[in-house]
Every structure is written in C-alpha cells, then in structure tokens.
Design a protein around this ligand. Structure first.
Ligand code: ADP
Length: 398
C-alpha cells in the first residue's frame, strides 16, 4: 500500500515513496529549480540513481515527472502503476490557528489553506500547487495535509500572544504560530521512545539553514522561538532571527526602502550578514577556524542565541528530561554543540566529549549529568508518511 510524501518548497519539490511503513522508503528524490530555466530531477530507487533535465517547470509538470519516474525508472521500478499509490501526504507550512492536526484534504481544506496564504506567501501557494497537481494526476489517492504549525496548537496564550494591541491579533492574526513543527514533533516522539518516557519534558533544537527551538512539557509544545513568521528567534543562514522592531523604523526614517529592509532581515542577515561571506554554517566555521574574525563572530553569535533560548526554555520544562540536537548543524557540528553546552553543569547538562564526536542518533551526555542530551537526525518525511497511512486507513477517525 504505497504512500507518497510530497514537500513543495518555493523552488523545489522533494518526495519519498514508502511501502508498508515509515521505516521503509522505496524511492525518493528532488526536483530543483522549479519555475526556473533548467529544473533538474534527481531520483533514487533502491541503490540506483537517476538524473534528468526537465523542459518546463511548474509544479504540475514536476509532480507528473515524479509519478512517471516512480513507475518507470529502476529495474524494476518501485511501482508498476501510479494507481497503486493509496495516499499522498503533503507538508503544508501554515495551518494558522485552524489546523491542530493532520487532515484528509477536501475542497474545504484547500480553501482554508488558500486563505492562509497571506500569512505564508512563499510557502502555502507552492504547497497548494502540489496538492492540486496530485489530485489531478493521482485521483485515486487520498490526500493528507500535515501542517508545520500544528504541533504548536498546544502553546498557551501567554506563549503565543505578543504584547501588542488586541485588535492586531483579532483583525490581522498577529500572534506566534511556530514552524518546523513536523521536525519538533518527530524529535519529541523519538525522544519519548529513547527515554522510555511517553510524556517527557524536553528542549528540542532544530539547527539547520532555518533554525528553531521548542520547549516541550509532558510531550506537548509550550513555547517556540519562531513567531508569526519563521523570521523570529535563532540566528539562521540568511535570517536575522530576533531583532528590536524599532530597527525597522530607524532604517525607514533613515530612507531605506521597506523592500531593502525586508531583504536584509530575510536574505542578507543571519550567518551571511555577520560573516560577510556565506550562509552555510560549515563554510563559516571553516573560515572561523582559519582565523577570520567576522566568521568567528557569526559562529559565536549563533551559539549564543541558541544558549539564550535553551536557558529560557529549560525554566519552562523543569525538571528537564532531555535536550535534543537536530538539523544539519545540530546533527553534524560537535563544535557548536560544545559551544552551546559549555558551562551548563549546574543545570544538569554535562557532555561526554567522546560521545559528542560520534555520528548518527546517540546520547551525548555524560553519565554524571541529570539531563539526557541526544543527537537525533530528524525525519520529517517519515512522520508525514505515518500520519498519511493512518488517515488513509481510518479516515472515519477524523
Ligand atoms: P535545511 O534547513 O535546508 O534542511 P539542513 O538541516 O540540511 O538545512 O542544514 C544545513 C546546514 O547544516 C548548513 O548550514 C550546513 O553548512 C550545515 N552542516 C551540514 N553538515 C555540517 C557539518 N558537518 N558541520 C557543520 N555544519 C554542517
């Protein structure tokens, strides 16, 4: 009973096909440069890899190419007929305060996701394009929307409200929604299993090109670093994260156009802005090691901001059972984990240097610490596949 997971980003479509369960991917790939001149399709089926250039690139053609690849590439291809696909799980970035869990997609869901487009103008339209394309091309498959915001439905009002005039919240939806929820939920569920505690108190740190922290009490999200949009919070590849909002007025009054300020905060800030050379953490860290002061400052500021949130979230989930590192930076950089965790022994966080340098999923805390510290590679697709399989098999349980 194959289930397809589709993640339509602002210029790419990532996908994975699962056979029986989320541990069992049959094939997957990415179409890069959707909407650009020369989109490229990278596909893996079993141990075989394929690459192709596509002619034209809108989302519908991208999804058509994926369906074709799944049924035709490989020996044998993972499926013989696209009609075998029983469910398609879509990552949908913004579910607003309307969707607190994954849902089977129908016309009403499509309309609501469309209406939420003003809150996520780069993402929800791309997600919807993928949803519409799969409904056309795989009419027999049940579509499921899995929302990046849904895990934060349990945030209490004192955590999701900003201290701004109430009418801004009422009339314009100004509040914290949180993002990376699929990843934080995956990490929380995985940590619950590893800690053998079904409702642990955790701080999860998703540190990748986008970065966010989440406080989890009794297995439920109670606070997060991202806000009304994914700009708030940690220092990211090109996003500034937290900033005094008055900076915007200061720059406007100094004559900078709003578009330039937006670009500075979203595309030219973060590691790129501080280092002046790259948004890629590994490259910035390499330069820092070679003695570049701006690069070193970028790494230190990144780690400092994570520590600030870690402290703020530990007090909300005390007694804390576990701290989890994930994302490309959190999973791979023992140096940044060391910078973040240094000197926190009195909070029960003690790192074992030997375990910190290893690879893959593992506990990196020393036996003397009271808080377990884990590295857990995130797997958002497997969670989307799991929700999809559950709803395809039991749509009446909605
Ligand atoms: P995305 O948010 O695009 O999924 P990832 O989670 O893949 O991003 O994280 C990308 C980031 O991880 C990049 O900044 C990259 O430099 C960093 N990264 C990947 N591998 C390493 C490594 N070995 N050491 C340090 N940083 C790494």
């Amino acid at each position: 009973m194959p289930v397809l997971v589709i993640n339509c980003g602002s210029s790419s479509i990532k996908y994975k096909l699962y056979a029986r369960g989320p541990e069992d991917p049959l094939a997957g790939g990415i179409i890069d440069g959707v909407g650009g001149d020369r989109p490229r399709h990278f596909h893996t089926a079993g141990d075989r890899q394929f690459e192709a250039e596509l002619d034209v690139g809108d989302y519908r053609q991208g999804v058509a190419a994926i369906v074709e690849a799944l049924a035709e590439w490989g020996s044998p291809p993972p499926i013989s007929d696209p009609a075998e696909i029983v469910g398609v799980g879509h990552r949908v970035v913004h579910g607003g305060d309307r969707f607190s869990e994954s849902v089977v997609i129908d016309c009403a869901v499509i309309e609501e996701v469309e209406a939420l487009g003003s809150l996520a103008p780069l993402h929800n339209p791309a997600n919807l394009a993928g949803i519409r394309a799969t409904r056309d091309l795989l009419p027999g498959a049940v579509g499921v929307a899995v929302f990046d915001t849904a895990f934060f439905a349990t945030l209490p009002p004192h955590s999701y409200r900003y201290a701004v005039p109430e009418r801004w919240w009422r009339d314009y939806g100004v509040r914290r929604y949180g993002f990376h929820g699929i990843s934080h939920r995956y990490l929380a569920e995985r940590a619950a299993r590893l800690l053998e505690n079904p409702r642990p108190n955790l701080v999860t740190l998703h540190l990748g090109a986008g970065a966010s922290a989440c406080a989890i009490r009794d297995g439920k999200a109670v606070d997060t670093s991202m806000g009304m949009t994914p700009l708030e919070g940690l220092v990211m590849g090109t996003r500034s994260g937290d900033i005094d909002p008055a900076v915007v007025f200061h720059l406007l009054e100094a004559g900078l156009p709003a578009s330039e300020i937006r670009r500075g905060l979203l595309r030219e800030g973060g590691l790129l802005g501080l280092s002046g050379m790259s948004s890629d953490f590994r490259r910035v860290a390499d330069r820092a090691r070679a003695g570049d002061r701006a690069a070193a400052l970028a790494v230190e500021t990144f780690a400092h901001r994570v520590r600030r949130y870690l402290g703020a979230f530990l007090v909300q989930v005390t007694p804390c059972d576990g701290v989890v590192f994930s994302g490309g930076i959190g999973e791979n950089s023992h140096e940044v984990r060391h910078l973040i965790l240094t000197g926190l022994e009195t909070l029960g966080l003690v790192v074992d240097p030997a375990r910190n340098r290893g690879e893959g999923e593992r506990r990196i805390s020393a036996d003397t610490g009271s808080v377990d510290i884990w590295v857990i590679p995130t797997d958002e697709e497997s969670l989307i596949a799991r929700d999809t399989a559950r709803l395809v098999n039991a749509p009446s349980q909605l």
